[in-house]
Design a protein around this ligand. Structure first.
Ligand code: ZN
Length: 237
């Protein structure tokens, strides 16, 4: 049985999901399920009130847009300003550039293990090539002679959002789930770490309005796995 099947078996029999608040168990219907293979992307539309569960132990580059105005896209800066925190944590909201709430993180099973980055952008073909040209591949885990993937999160998100007519230039810097960073206050340095969940864990995000959401299962060159699959499940009451 694959790791993913174990995850599904927890969900399917009773079609229920667990809320981490005092609300306890909550019966919700599965609207949609998808398993994104490593180094691929996916996008879908969500209605206000629906919940997206992401199940993974690898980096996920995640973005959201107001379904009625793609210009109202997730923005890292207002999100950090509103929560007073450089990481997205349980209870925090993902905001648009104008400060509209897009999603609320209602479950974070990575909490206590690591944090979700909101400093970096997306990996991709051009960034990998630039890192090679600048001799910076050693910043990743596999050394200067590592074999580069021919695409990454930039391409995955571009391809996933293409059906909605959103070009790369209009895709914001994402929240990078499971990308645990060591940020040094003395030197201002940011370093990738290898801290990831040991087995797949759940993140749950509630849509605060009708949305288009998309993600990339990152090729994660800073980890031993170099990327893994990501499960996505949309629930509604
Ligand atoms: Zn990536």
């Amino acid at each position: 049985m694959s790791i993913w099947n174990i995850g599904l078996s927890l969900v399917r029999p009773e079609l229920r999901r667990k809320l981490t608040t005092a609300q306890g168990w909550s019966l919700m219907r599965i609207v949609e399920e998808y398993l994104a293979p490593k180094n691929t992307g996916w996008a879908t539309e969500m209605k206000a009130g629906q919940v997206l569960r992401l199940t993974a132990r690898t980096i996920i580059d995640f973005v959201a847009f107001d379904q009625n105005n793609y210009g109202e896209a997730f923005d890292q800066a207002p999100t950090k300003e509103a929560s007073g925190c450089i990481y997205l944590k349980q209870g925090h909201q993902m905001l648009s550039r104008r400060g509209a709430p897009l999603m609320t993180m209602i479950t974070d099973e990575f909490d206590g293990i690591g944090t979700h980055d909101m400093q970096f952008g997306m990996c991709g073909r051009s960034r990998h090539k630039r890192a090679a040209a600048e001799g910076r591949l050693g910043e990743y885990l596999h050394g200067d002679n590592m074999e580069l993937p021919d695409h990454g999160c930039s391409e995955n998100l571009t391809w996933a959002l293409e059906p909605w007519g959103i070009p790369y230039e209009n895709i914001p810097s994402p929240v990078n789930f499971f990308q645990n960073m060591a940020i040094d206050q003395q030197t201002s340095g940011m370093k990738r770490t290898q801290i990831r969940p040991e087995k797949p864990v759940n993140l749950e995000l509630r849509a605060e309005r009708d949305l288009l959401v998309g993600f990339s299962a990152c090729p994660d060159m800073a980890s031993k796995t170099r990327g893994l699959e990501v499960g996505a499940t949309v629930f509604e009451d």
